[in-house]
Design a binder for this molecule. Structure first.
Ligand code: HSE
Length: 427
């Protein structure tokens, strides 16, 4: 049986779950994975008291794990970027394989790390960095290896998905829904990167590197978070047959890959629209096999530990080298030219001719109006102004922004026009 000596840095919730699973499931992993693991050394800044398991060597100096000659693979679950980067570089130069759950590390330093790993003939496993316990990286690099990926679209941030689900099902405000996610321990105490879209965008840039063979370049991912989504939007979306989800998307057309993460209307017939609460899902459309969908927990100690250990087993069995730029005539570009239908919600003056004027803007720009909702004013607040919701035909991001600006400049339209993409699952 193959064996591997593990050094682990970071004993927060994830690190402890990795240790617990390695210990309690060692027989199962041997039977199912054919690998025996020895936990050689654990790096915990607070020392032994942070490691609730007997018989494990612990050091407060995390660098010692990266340089220990008895360690074959370093598991990095400390999070953060700068120190993790330093630690991983040290370990690679010492000839150690790496397993990390750190999406920010891979999204920001992936090119450098994989180049260095290749030079030092070691592997980097990062399954846990995207969609937690749901094996989407394995799907891309193994299961779909015979297929050219055309696009992927996924719900990759559990916190945002929980907040949107809570708003939709309980009519909670954004603040109340986020507070509930925090109380349940789903959101970080500082959930900024979840809510503003950074987390999902980093994950999407990692998937794009695998799917389209482009370098990791988080700076070329365009994204927004879910802060702009209001209960009104969820209500109108439902009326039109959609849910609103935070969708990370990558697509390849004419060798140009574009990656983005935006709140997006998703047709209720799509599987992605059924993904609720903190769950993650990824749909990958490839030439050949067509559409495949992966669903599961995207965060949490046990799911993350599950992905970390799957990587450890892979590495013990010979690993998998990521040669980011090989083969590729594909280029990553800021999203802009790709087309999508759009949802606009406008608050307009309730007076004759307003709808005609708005329609003429669409007509002049040669943009089709695919649906339009304006309900009869029913409440006092609606006496002077009413909401109008329009679904446009397919237009680019740039056209969508220009259209929003023109609409907002009309004297009959109040500032604060809402605009969201509509997901297309065309091949
Ligand atoms: N904070 C992330 C989420 C999980 O809410 O999905 C870790 O990537």
């Amino acid at each position: 049986m193959k064996s591997l000596r593990v050094g682990l840095c970071g004993v927060g919730n994830v690190g402890r779950a990795v240790l617990k699973t390695l210990i309690s499931s060692s027989k199962l992993i041997e039977v199912q994975g054919g690998v025996h693991f020895d936990i050689e050394l654990v790096g915990a800044r607070r020392g032994k008291k942070a490691v609730p398991f007997n018989g494990i060597n612990v050091t407060k100096d995390l660098k010692e794990v990266a340089t220990n000659p008895n360690v074959d693979v370093l598991v990095e679950v400390i999070g953060g970027v700068d120190f993790a980067h330093e630690l991983v570089i040290t370990a690679i130069k010492e000839g150690k394989h790496i397993v990390t759950a750190n999406k920010a590390l891979i999204a920001n330093h992936g090119n450098e790390l994989f180049k260095l790993a290749k030079e030092n003939k070691v592997e980097i496993g990062f399954e846990a960095s995207v969609a937690g316990g749901t094996p989407v990286i394995k799907a891309l690099r193994e299961g779909l290896v015979a297929n050219r990926v055309k696009w992927f679209a996924g719900i990759l941030n559990g916190t945002s998905n929980y907040v949107l689900t809570e708003m939709e099902s309980n009519q909670s405000s954004f603040e109340v829904a986020l507070g509930k996610a925090q109380a349940l321990g789903l959101a970080e105490s500082d959930p900024t990167m979840d809510i503003n879209g950074t987390d999902a965008a980093q994950k999407a840039s990692i998937l794009a590197a695998l799917a389209f063979h482009v370098p990791f370049d988080f700076s070329l991912v365009s994204f927004e978070g879910i802060e702009e989504v209001e209960l009104e939007d969820l209500k109108y979306a439902r009326e039109l047959g959609y849910s609103i989800k935070h969708i990370a998307r990558g697509e390849l057309e004419n060798n140009i890959a574009c990656v983005s993460a935006y709140p997006t209307l998703v047709n209720n017939e799509s599987l992605l629209s059924q993904v609720d609460k903190e769950m993650n899902a990824l749909e990958i459309f490839s030439e050949g096999v067509g559409s495949t969908v992966y669903y599961g927990p995207g965060a949490g100690p046990e799911p993350t530990a599950s992905a970390v250990i799957a990587d450890l087993v892979d590495i013990a069995k010979g690993g998998w080298e990521l040669d980011i730029n090989s083969d590729s005539s594909n280029k990553l570009q800021v999203s802009g030219a790709q087309k999508a239908a759009r949802y606009y919600r406008l608050q307009v003056k309730d007076e004759p001719g307003v709808i005609a004027k708005i329609s003429s803007v669409f007509g002049e720009k040669d943009i089709s109006i695919d649906a339009l909702i304006q309900h009869e004013a029913r409440s006092k607040e609606d006496i002077d102004s009413v909401p109008v919701v329009i679904i446009s035909g397919e237009i680019t991001d740039n056209e969508a922004v220009k259209l929003k600006n023109i609409l907002e400049d009309l004297p009959e339209v109040f500032p604060g026009v809402k605009k969201f993409r509509i997901h297309s699952s065309r091949s």
